[in-house]
Design a protein around this ligand. Structure first.
Ligand code: SF4
Length: 282
């Protein structure tokens, strides 16, 4: 029988787990309709499960109609919340507290007169929320973006920087290096969340020690696909699944050790189900 090892920090991060728990609580007790603003997490099985419990997805407050509207861990803009409230919806704000810290930091920098840059992915809901709370800020997704602003003379003497929580330290450092050469004052608030990096590191370490690796999470989840790539670099027998039903005994023939990790949008119950089925198969 193969040894089965679950990576440290596999599965839902604090912010996603918190938003999911708050939503499940409301699914059980709310009297009227319950909607999440956009899919709560990038995991079709979880979204289907929520739908079965009466929690629907609304693309905007107008889609929700009435009842309760839950803001997911990414957060949103103050305008969207005001729109929802003006429509008579009750808003439950499940924005991750670490994302809220970025909102506060960006607003403080704007109020203190800094020309604020958000290092992140333009159009991503978390970044849109940060821009909305800052009131006046710009997004840079690469060092080239900063160079373009500098060469266009579009930056003031005092530049403030915050970061989308899932960005890399390398990108932040690249952006700051460019700014230091151009601005008189650069104030950086490092708002990167450690959860993503820690999960990737633990997965890589485990993948290097096992004969086969299973990565659990939505096929539409960017952070799960990245985990699959990282594990594949260290273990040739790496498989990406959404649920325990997809496991195939042939994948594990002759293995002594099997590793498991899971993306940030994978609930603990899915990990437990995979462990249980693997014990039966391998
Ligand atoms: S990755 Fe970090 S900031 Fe993002 S939801 Fe999870 S805990 Fe919050």
């Amino acid at each position: 029988m193969a040894e089965i090892i679950v990576a440290e920090r596999a599965g839902a991060c604090y912010g996603v787990g918190r938003a999911l728990n708050l939503t499940l609580e409301q699914a059980d007790k709310a009297a009227g309709p319950v909607h999440t603003l956009g899919p709560l997490i990038h995991n079709p099985l979880v979204v289907e499960d929520l739908d079965a419990r009466g929690v629907r997805v609304a693309d905007c407050p107008a889609d929700a109609g009435d009842g309760l509207l839950i803001i997911r861990a990414h957060g949103t803009t103050p305008e969207v919340i005001a729109d929802a409230e003006a429509r008579g919806l009750t808003v439950l704000d499940a924005t991750c507290p670490y994302v809220k810290k970025v909102h506060v930091a960006a607003k403080k920098l704007v109020d203190a007169g800094y020309d604020v840059l958000v290092v992140g992915e333009a159009g991503h809901p978390e970044v849109e929320g940060i821009l909305g709370h800052a009131g006046c800020a710009r997004v840079v997704g690469s060092v080239a973006d900063v160079r373009a602003l500098i060469s266009a003379g579009a930056l003031g003497k005092k530049v403030g920087v915050v970061v989308q929580t899932t960005q890399t330290l390398a990108l932040l450092q690249g952006v700051v290096d460019e700014l230091l050469a151009a601005a008189q004052e650069v104030r950086v608030v490092n708002t990167i969340c450690a959860a993503t990096q820690e999960r990737q590191q633990a997965a890589a370490e485990l993948a290097a020690q096992v004969d086969a690796m299973v990565v659990i999470g939505g096929k539409n989840s960017g952070n799960t696909r990245r985990l699959f790539e990282i594990c594949s670099e260290h273990c040739g027998r790496t498989h990406h699944i959404e649920s325990a039903d997809e496991l195939d005994a042939a994948w594990f023939a002759g293995t002594g050790k099997i590793g498991i990790t899971a993306g940030a949008s994978t609930p603990q119950a899915h990990i437990d189900a995979v462990v249980k089925r693997l014990h039966a198969l391998a």
